[in-house]
Design a protein around this ligand. Structure first.
Ligand code: SF4
Length: 459
């Protein structure tokens, strides 16, 4: 079996040369950057808004155990049930129990990256369930048999033509259908499923401690239908999604929508606090919230790494990363791609458990991710931190020891350029890549050049 790093490098090479991919991503990213620049104008002082968002998330993480307990008691008082899951297996076991209790056969889902983290769809299908994604982008990638390409826009890698072709093949819709007609087709198809679904499953953008609520943010309204039309709603949410107060949404919602899509506010902001009460006619009969750890508390215990738990999954770091834009989301092999994916994937119990340490090398360390993060996460610093945590292979250890020996040895550094060029090419030429010319050592060593310069200045 090829090592994860090799699989990644091979896939990255192919994608980097795919001109069609580059064209589609450039086009979609161009639209994103334009909209975000406009969206940011809603903030009188953007830097202050970012600081406030960071402070809200930091405060919540600093008090996470107490806030989780508060959330649980408030959600229970609202009639909801809270289930604690240490890892993917416990979360899946809890969902299996609910599915069996309900004798469910049909499940609708709203977009959720955490369900990708535990491979929920695959499990539900193994248990004989029919599972339907209801977010348009997720519906498209599910129809295509792919994983989401991006944490916010799952079908970003596909053009209008690609989608029309896909629907023509799968559903026999006309090839010349416009985006509006394709969307209308999906809407009609989904409405039938919402009406017959036994259970709705969602993630959660925020957990609110002081009201015991789960907050969902969508542009299509599908999360509202998913979480209210079936009899039962299961929200599966990472413990780091906590905020202390409902009032904190005043900052968090506009910041998330602006950095996510360039909107002032996402179209549907839904706050769910338990199922329907006594005399209410709408809503689910039972709401379950699964609080998933899956490696998050270990990250919280790491003084540096805990900053990554402030992430609000806006996708801005992906959209500003030259590496992501070149190699695309699927290449990362983790549901979480781009800079934040590279930082968190090695520490989460992502199913199937893979090795994601090499992802931290997929960075130019330009710092664009950190600069464009709405909660100011030091992403490139954390990529470096991850590199120090990753266990080096024997070959890496030998290479770095030789390099250290070489650069600390004046005689070797002063050896003829021919020798240095031959050794450099021998050890590092391949990893430098066939498309780039390996740098050539100057005929004169650094020491020689330095002495000449000193002498020149003395004259
Ligand atoms: S790390 Fe920052 S920029 Fe990246 S998804 Fe999270 S909040 Fe957005």
């Amino acid at each position: 079996m090829k090592k994860a790093r090799k699989v990644f490098l091979d896939a990255a090479k192919i994608k980097a040369k795919d001109a069609g991919h580059t064209q589609r991503i450039d086009f979609n990213m161009g639209k994103y950057h334009h909209k975000v620049a406009v969206g940011k104008q809603q903030f009188e002082d953007l830097a202050k808004a970012k600081q406030a968002a960071k402070a809200i998330k930091k405060e919540a993480l600093d008090n996470l155990p107490a806030l989780l307990m508060e959330f649980e008691s408030k959600m229970q008082a609202n009639g909801g049930e809270v289930i604690w899951a240490e890892d993917s297996k416990q979360a899946l076991d809890a969902i299996y129990t609910i599915v069996k209790q309900q004798a469910a056969t049909t499940i609708v889902k709203s977009k959720s990256m955490i369900t990708e983290e535990i491979e929920l769809n695959e499990q539900l299908q193994k248990w004989g369930m029919e599972v339907l994604e209801t977010d348009l982008g997720e519906f498209i990638v599910q129809t295509k048999g792919e994983k989401p390409y991006h944490i916010v826009t799952p079908a970003m890698h596909l053009s209008k033509g690609d989608i029309a072709q896909l629907f023509n093949t799968k559903f026999d819709t006309p090839l010349d259908y416009s985006p509006e007609e394709l969307t209308h087709f999906v809407r009609l198809r989904l409405r039938e499923q919402f009406a017959k679904a036994d259970i709705g499953i969602s993630g959660g953008n925020f957990l609110v401690a002081d009201t015991g609520s789960v907050v969902l943010v969508t542009n299509e309204g599908n999360a509202r239908l998913t979480t209210t039309l079936p009899k039962v709603h299961i929200a599966i949410v990472g413990i780091e999604k906590m905020i202390a107060r409902l009032a904190d949404l005043e900052i968090m919602l506009p910041v998330l929508s602006t950095f996510g899509t360039g909107q002032q506010l996402t179209v549907y902001n839904t706050i769910l606090s338990g199922g329907k009460r006594n005399k209410e006619v709408d809503g689910v009969e039972k709401m379950y919230v699964i609080l998933l750890d899956n490696g998050r508390s270990t990250m919280l215990a790491d003084e540096k790494l805990q900053e990554a738990l402030q992430c609000i999954r806006c996708g801005s770091c992906l959209n500003n990363c030259p590496v992501y834009q070149t190699i695309g989301g699927h290449t990362y092999g983790s549901p979480y791609s781009g800079p934040i994916g590279a930082v968190i994937s090695p520490h989460l119990g992502i199913a199937p458990k893979g090795n994601y340490n090499h992802l931290s090398e997929a960075s130019s360390l330009c710092g664009s991710c950190s600069e464009n993060c709405p909660v100011g996460i030091d992403l490139h610093g954390l990529l470096l931190h991850n590199r120090t945590l990753a266990e080096p292979t024997m070959i890496e250890q030998m290479l770095w020891s030789s390099w250290k020996y070489g650069v600390l040895n004046r005689e070797l550094m002063n050896s003829p350029a021919f020798l240095k060029n031959t050794l450099g090419n021998l050890f590092f030429g391949k990893s430098w890549g066939a498309e780039r010319t390996f740098p050539i050592f100057d005929k004169k060593s650094f020491q020689q050049q330095w002495l000449e310069r000193q002498r020149g200045q003395e004259k």
